[in-house]
Design a protein around this ligand. Structure first.
Ligand SMILES: N[C@@H](CCC(=O)N[C@@H](CS)C(=O)NCC(=O)O)C(=O)O
Length: 215
């Protein structure tokens, strides 16, 4: 199977997908785009993904998958091992809840186009955008810290001692936070889990600075 990953080194949704592909042991061709230059607004990109967002996973024969979590679930179904979700329904619900806290409650509010709209439409300064970004991270990370610190199924990773979907989302978000100067030390359990995840090559090789288009 030849896979092409259309992505951007600093995009956290791209980091998620790179980590998932690496964990599944799937090779891919890396196709970089520069978001601020408007690469993903060009007609040829919109033909792959009318939303103009990264990542897109192109499969042999030129069919495209969009939305990082949907793509990761597709990977999980087509390449079940190693599993990114637990086998029991309660465990799956917990891992999905942790992942969605980041993917649904933080990322959409802090996306580049949202920050750009705040600046263009409401005159938000760089400091104002940073305050907005930090507010929405802290709102969810405070709750995430409690949910991780207090739950008996939290282990070396978000759920037990095997990395999975929640760790993928957490890892990518912490990298994104660092770009905005948000230290993880306020959330000790998240910090501990991030440090553990970062020791795994499938993750560290997916990190923004390791990508070919990193500045
Ligand atoms: N929910 C989508 C979000 C994709 C997304 O927002 N990607 C960002 C980069 S992390 C993007 O392409 N932003 C371009 C923009 O905001 O203009 C997913 O998980 O794939």
């Amino acid at each position: 199977m030849v896979l092409k990953l259309h992505n951007f080194f600093r995009s956290s949704t791209s980091t998620r997908l790179r980590a998932a592909l690496n964990l599944k042991g799937l090779a891919y061709d890396y196709v970089p785009y520069v978001l601020r230059r408007g690469d993903t607004r060009k007609p040829e990109y919109l033909a792959m993904n009318p939303q103009g967002l990264v990542p897109v996973l192109e499969r042999e024969g030129g069919s495209y998958l969009t939305q990082s979590l949907a793509i990761i679930e597709w990977l999980e179904e087509t390449h079940p091992t190693p599993a990114l979700l637990p086998t029991d329904p309660d465990g799956r619900a917990r891992v999905r809840a942790l992942a969605y806290m980041i993917a649904c409650e933080i990322h959409p509010l802090n996306n580049l186009r949202v920050l750009g709209y705040l600046a263009d439409r409401f005159g938000a300064s760089e400091d104002g955008q940073k305050e907005w970004f930090t507010h929405w991270v802290a709102t969810t990370f405070d709750a995430l810290e409690t949910m991780l610190a207090c739950h008996p199924r939290t282990g070396a990773f978000c759920h037990g001692d095997v990395p999975g979907l929640a760790d993928i989302c957490l890892y990518a978000q912490v990298w994104n936070n660092q770009r905005f100067g948000i230290a993880t030390s306020a959330w000790p359990t998240i910090q501990r889990i991030f440090a553990r995840i970062d020791t795994i090559p499938a993750f560290s090789n997916a990190a923004p600075p390791r990508q070919p288009d990193a500045a």
